[in-house]
Design a protein around this ligand. Structure first.
Ligand code: MRU
Length: 336
């Protein structure tokens, strides 16, 4: 597959350069920093977002924290670690990346902490690229005919390495003439579908339509959707999967309309320490994200809002989980 003209982040000249996803698709602004705290802020503000990408960015942030502090200092390491661990709670990729960095740091001799941690960040990045490529290939197996696909949130190059997860499957399937059209949920409240997935589909010349999240049911009722594929932020051992708020709605709708519902995610998104989705920490965000569209206020600030960023789809509603290892049907024994 040909590479994109845009990139979510790259490490160059001892700095992390990342695209500010909050400005897309209207502005393609890149920010360059060597400040780990700036990267932590970028994750909090969703300038950098998407489960695998958050993990990659956090690993580079830990390395950069030691660029001008290139020796072991446990208090300093803990401060950096805790700052990054406190950015967003749901995507487990963040914690897997931090753990890998921590394990390396603990076993390190005193010299050149920066370069050793940088090599771990690079390793995490290339592992994710490799997962994306394999997920794209494995995902071809779910298509029985040329299909219309519906997706939610953003799972492309802006959310991960390579071409992403669910998006990588969509792109590969389109290139294999297995996709007619992609229907994209706008993905309230932050519009990752409308702003980011539409941007990536346009860049990749894949035909698409964006609909409000509440229109998915009608599309299914009218027989316009053959498959739904989304990503995940954390998958429990029984297959319960946390993803962007609204994913659970889609799984219920698919069940009702007898439409296959797939989750695509790398192994870095699987949390082998939790038995079920009940143990997944769900991030709640500011009501400002509901009351404002961008900087434009659309309702009174005094209104109380319910703002979970993610929901958990129960395993039995998921037709299959696509990872770099293959396509696995319920009951997901491969996770154990
Ligand atoms: O809040 P976001 O935009 O970080 O949420 C992202 C998602 O929910 C994605 O679907 C998920 O991280 C998978 S990305 C390959």
């Amino acid at each position: 597959m040909k590479s994109n003209s845009y990139f979510p982040l790259k490490f160059e000249d001892d700095k992390l350069i990342f695209i500010d996803q909050t400005k897309l698709p209207l502005k393609e602004n890149y920010i360059s920093t060597d400040d780990y705290n700036r990267i932590a802020e970028a994750i909090e503000r969703l300038e950098i977002r998407g489960a695998p990408l958050i993990g990659i960015a956090a690993a580079y942030a830990c390395a950069l924290a030691f660029k001008n502090h290139n020796h072991k200092d446990d208090d300093y390491f803990n401060k950096v670690y805790n700052r990054l661990a406190s950015t967003r709670p749901t995507a487990v990729n963040l914690f897997h990346a931090l753990k890998e960095i921590e394990n390396t740091y603990i076993n390190l001799a005193d010299e050149n902490v920066y370069h050793v941690l940088l090599s771990i960040a690079n390793r995490i990045f290339s592992a994710e690229e490799n997962y994306s490529e394999k997920i794209a290939k494995n995902g071809l197996n779910i298509f029985r005919k040329k299909s219309n696909v519906l997706t939610h949130c953003n799972t492309g190059a802006l959310a991960a390495a390579g071409f992403g997860t669910a998006f990588a499957i969509i792109k590969n399937a389109f290139e294999h003439q297995l996709i007619n059209h992609v229907f994209v949920d706008e993905t309230r409240p932050l519009f990752q579908g409308l702003r980011l997935t539409a941007f990536e589909l346009e860049k990749n010349k894949i035909p698409f339509t964006v609909q409000t999240d509440s229109s998915a049911a009608v599309l299914m009722q009218e027989g316009k959707i053959d498959i739904v594929i989304t990503g995940a932020d954390r998958i429990a051992l029984n297959g319960d999967s946390a993803n962007k708020i609204g994913t659970y709605n889609l799984a219920v709708l698919c069940n009702f309309h007898n439409i296959p519902f797939y989750i695509a995610a790398p192994s870095s998104t699987i949390d082998r320490t939790i038995a079920t989705g009940a143990e997944i920490a769900i991030e709640y965000r500011s009501s400002r994200e509901v009351l404002f569209v961008g900087d434009h206020q659309i309702a009174k600030e005094s209104y109380q809002c319910f703002c979970p960023a993610f929901d958990v789809t129960p395993a039995h509603l998921i037709t299959g989980i696509i990872t770099e290892e293959g396509v696995f049907p319920f009951p997901y024994n491969f996770l154990k």
